[in-house]
Design a protein around this ligand. Structure first.
Ligand code: PRX
Length: 658
């Protein structure tokens, strides 16, 4: 495992300052607290017997085709099983049972397309679509346990595809549309996917944006496992067609039977793989299974968002390509019978008020978005949301990165009418569901802090040696006990699971985040302590981008750092040493940015690439990223006494002046 820096090294000055000065608290209104779904006694109840608490949630929130008799098996840590002898079907829980209970006419999804087209799916209609997709996929030869790569925009077919896979026990692996053909291929290969589901494309800022060509490129070289590609017609652009391999969604799913009986799958049957960046070059296929994942996503969705399914309209703005779009778009809202909004486009298309127009139109009551979006809205100005009626909003959520108190206060005042509680939710692809967050009817919320471990979650902050730190102190965020939606491993790599998460401290899950308890006993997240960057809430690995850069023939060496950025949280800044004549190439920076785009995807393109003569290294050859971060953030470089050659920082400074 890669060496970690101390949390203190990574604490930004801002975060520390906030910790010292933040004394604002906001109690829920009496009305909110009185109507809240979950009350404060939940903590004590859960902490008395965590597995029993989760067992109770699993029975109450889900319908099991075979009830479980065991809750947790932790006899072989860090490999947990939850509800192991139970059987359950995720799609049945998300769909059929609501129809059977008489709620078939309730709206499941209000879809808003980027060009302004809309579609509404009731629970009955969505159930029918998923049954058709399940039949169509089975006709294409897909069986339980097979893997399906999903490369789709934010359209209802994404949710339909995922639930159809879950229904038949196939394992979905969604690849975000911002990843390149190369990245898609490596994920297809790693999971040995048999089927790809994609679209001709989508729309971005009023223009068609293609997806199918990336799939064609990914599959252009032989040696892959894909038998069929199902293509949704979305933007109507011409596509290349491979006879015998490619089939239109309309011709397969569209013509399939709407009769399909869901059977139960074992609670520990894999539900999905989702690749995420770690500290090494190769993305990890995070594996989630069924029963525990559904239990914790459903519970947290209800408790943290205070979901009243009969009256609320929930909108999570995350793309289905990320874990948030799995847990809080595809699974939890539907399991809980909620009505939700799904939007295809960006917040600024065709105008900067698009989000607020959507909130007004569908009377969104719960909005869950990312700090990077909130900071962008702040920049655009509060007169934009002021043009819309946002009075339907009664709860706001934040996820993906630390939310600075100033953005939190703006969110509360401008979007939440100074009244809606804000829940800042800390969790990860690996944790599957929310782990640290206020309970909106209970907790006095505090700008900038994710605050309290969820009932049933044993989160703690520890020092270098794994000892709990007292209030007022910082260290590493860990989870001391297994939780239902924890990752079950890394696809195809058991050892890496142990090494990455369970070996830094004995018997504790190491999250990779620095954190601090404040004097009130609230948790503050202070950013990653490893080589993972967080750009606009997207997780990127410094090593992965460095590997992409050095794979270009003009690059001799590269070092990447995440530099603080006002809007995106962090921005990718790359330092490169060029080979030979590339030094004279005036377009080299553009060439290299595009190269990273091709290797990983547009989301990973460095914001800045600085050409330097040398990189600062210790005597053992380790690049001192801390010093490069100083340069990238415009500070005087810190202590460089451990450098092998301490003239290097001067050489870099001189070259950047030139
Ligand atoms: O550093 C933390 C940050 O995002 C990381 C997880 O990224 P990912 O797996 O892509 O999942 C993002 C959505 C759940 C964490 O290790 N992070 C996530 N939420 C927060 C956060 N940092 C601070 N505050 C949060 N609320």
């Amino acid at each position: 495992m890669s060496e970690v820096t101390t949390a203190a090294d990574d604490q930004s000055g801002d975060a520390l300052e906030n910790l010292l000065t933040e004394n604002r608290h906001f109690a829920p209104s009496a009305e909110f607290a009185a109507n809240a779904i979950v009350h404060g006694d939940e903590y004590a109840k859960a902490n008395t017997d965590r597995p029993a608490f989760w067992g109770e949630q699993a029975r109450e929130l889900l319908t099991w085709s075979k009830p479980f008799t065991k809750t947790l098996d932790w006899s072989n840590p860090p490999f947990a099983t939850w509800f192991e002898d139970g059987e359950i079907n995720a799609a049945y829980n998300a769909l059929d049972r609501h129809v059977e209970a008489g709620n078939g006419d309730r709206v499941a999804i209000h879809f808003e397309g980027e060009p302004g087209d809309t579609r509404t799916y009731t629970y009955a209609q969505l159930t029918e679509e998923v049954k058709k997709a399940a039949n169509a996929f089975e006709t294409l030869g897909l069986a339980k346990g097979d893997r399906v790569a999903v490369y789709l925009p934010m359209i209802p077919e994404a949710v339909i595809t995922l639930l159809a896979c879950a229904r038949i026990g196939a394992i979905h692996s969604v690849v975000f549309g911002g990843f390149s053909a190369e990245a898609l291929r490596s994920r297809i290969d790693d999971a040995e996917a048999k089927l790809v589901v994609t679209a001709d494309g989508t729309f971005r800022r009023g223009k068609p944006s293609a997806l199918k060509p990336a799939v064609d490129n990914a599959l252009a070289t032989p040696g892959h496992s894909v038998q069929n590609v199902v293509v949704v017609k979305r933007n109507g652009e011409d596509v290349n067609w491979v006879e015998g391999r490619d089939v239109w969604w309309a011709d397969t799913v569209g013509t399939a039977s709407a009769e399909h009986t869901a059977v139960g799958h074992a609670a520990e049957h894999p539900l999905f793989i989702l690749y995420t960046s770690g500290t090494t070059g190769k993305p990890k296929g995070i594996l989630h299974t069924t029963g525990g994942y559904l239990t914790q996503t459903a519970y947290t969705h209800r408790a943290v968002f205070d979901l009243h399914p009969e009256t609320d309209v929930f909108w999570c703005t995350a793309d289905v390509g990320w874990i948030t779009g799995h847990s809080y778009v595809t699974y939890a809202p539907l399991i809980n019978g909620a009505t939700q909004v799904m939007y295809e486009g960006t917040p600024d298309s065709p105008h900067q008020g698009r989000f607020w127009e959507i909130v007004e139109k569908y009377k969104v009551s719960i909005l869950y978005t990312a700090p990077t979006a909130i900071r962008t809205f702040m920049k655009w100005g509060e007169d934009i949301p002021a043009k819309y009626d946002l009075s339907s909003i009664r709860l706001l959520g934040s996820v993906g990165e630390p939310i600075n108190p100033e953005a939190w206060m703006w969110y509360r005042r401008v979007i939440g009418g100074n009244n809606a509680p804000i829940v800042d939710t800390w969790w990860q692809t690996e944790t599957g569901a929310i782990m640290v967050a206020p309970l909106p009817g209970v907790t006095n919320t505090k700008p900038g802090s994710a605050q309290v471990p969820m009932p049933g979650i044993a989160a703690d902050v520890v020092d270098e040696l794994g000892a709990s730190v007292p209030h007022g102190h910082g260290g590493y965020l860990v989870i001391r006990e297994p939780w239902p939606s924890m990752l079950r491993g890394i696809w195809g790599d058991k050892d890496r699971y142990k090494d990455t998460y369970w070996s830094r401290f004995d018997d504790m899950y190491f999250a990779g985040d620095g954190a601090k308890w404040d004097d009130d006993g609230d948790i503050w997240l202070l950013g990653r302590v490893d080589d993972v960057m967080n750009v606009s809430g997207h997780r990127l690995s410094t090593t992965e981008i460095e590997s992409a850069l050095v794979s270009h023939p003009s690059v001799a060496e590269a070092a990447v750092v995440g530099a603080a950025d006002e809007t995106t949280g962090q921005a990718v800044v790359a330092f490169v040493i060029l080979r030979g004549s590339a030094v004279e190439d005036a377009d080299i920076v553009t060439t290299l940015r595009n190269h990273v785009g091709k290797e990983i995807g547009p989301i990973a393109k460095p914001k800045t690439i600085l050409v330097v003569p040398e990189l600062p290294k210790t005597r053992s050859g380790k690049i001192m990223r801390r010093l490069l971060k100083d340069v990238a953030e415009g500070r005087a470089a810190g202590d460089s006494s451990t450098l092998a050659d301490n003239t290097v920082m001067n050489q870099i400074a001189e070259s950047l002046k030139a």
